[in-house]
Design a protein around this ligand. Sequence first.
Ligand code: AMP
Ligand code: MN
Ligand code: MN
Length: 325
Amino acid sequence: MIVLNDVLKGKHSVAIGGHIRPDGDCVGSTLGLYLYLTTYYPEIETDLYLEEIPEAFQMMGHRDVPKHEIVEGKVYDLFMSLDCGDARRLGFSEPVFQNAKETLCVDHHISNESFADTNYIVPDASSTSELVFRLLDEEKITEEIASFLYMGIVHDTGVFQYSCTSPETMEVGAALLRKGINGSAIIDGTYFEKSYVQNQMLGKALLESMMILNKKAVVSVIRLKEMEFFQAKPSDLDGIVSVLRQTRGVEVAILLYELEPQTFKVSLRSKEIVDVSAVAKYYGGGGHVRAAGVTMKGSPHDVINNLTLLIERQLRAAEEKNEEK
Ligand code: AMP
Ligand code: MN
Ligand code: MN
């Protein structure tokens, strides 16, 4: 466990960064920490580096806080990387991380290989937002900071549903609710509410999905030309893979969407057997046991074949283990 006061001692400038294509936990943890530092450590120059915050989080405010570009040669006393499994995934802010005098990583990805000088990595934690809560002085958490941390936990736990939701997660949720936040509005407005385009893409992905691996997996592919036709952004596809995962009898859900011709972002979700983090990591990605991602090149057919090879191997190993019992 690290102590925030010790980490910040003697620091005059701090940069906070999160992963590319920021999700709810990334936005919640980085902005929660940013607001805490600017409120209670005004003497420290604090900057937040993050790609454009998706529309879904607009109601939370502060969308204009993050910097989207770096200043060549700027050196910070400390770079705090949040919700990011490896330095490459910091994207445009990676050079700021590399140039910083000291680096700190706060994360919950099992694939994280402790890439900073100091690492606070808890793979069992529901979210980075839960870890940030543990770093802060509870008394000093304002209603606004609490709202951001709550949003982060809500998104990474699928509204306190996924297996990463622990008793401690619920206790942190309770503590945040006691700050007077409007929890149901945050859940409704940032998690469940979808734009028309998002619903269209969801419908399309469900309709065109295929059952594979003896109906143990379901896969759907969204091509670049389809995204262009519907004017859908990658963030408009958030949540689709979780709906695919709800299919009865399925252990693994796979969503592929084309980032550029023949390059696919792959999202993987599982229920209780397959370690999708291991599958993603094999091809250069990462994540959690039940939710992981990776970028892969080739035709959709090749990508699916490569993925199913490893998934099938895990399913078979689990079956054999069951037969032995
Ligand atoms: P996603 O499918 O994008 O929602 O990602 C599921 C989880 O895996 C998230 O915690 C991501 O941070 C992580 N993840 C997604 N893509 C990658 C990648 N290319 N490399 C490492 N981790 C990833
Ligand atoms: Mn994330
Ligand atoms: Mn996270």
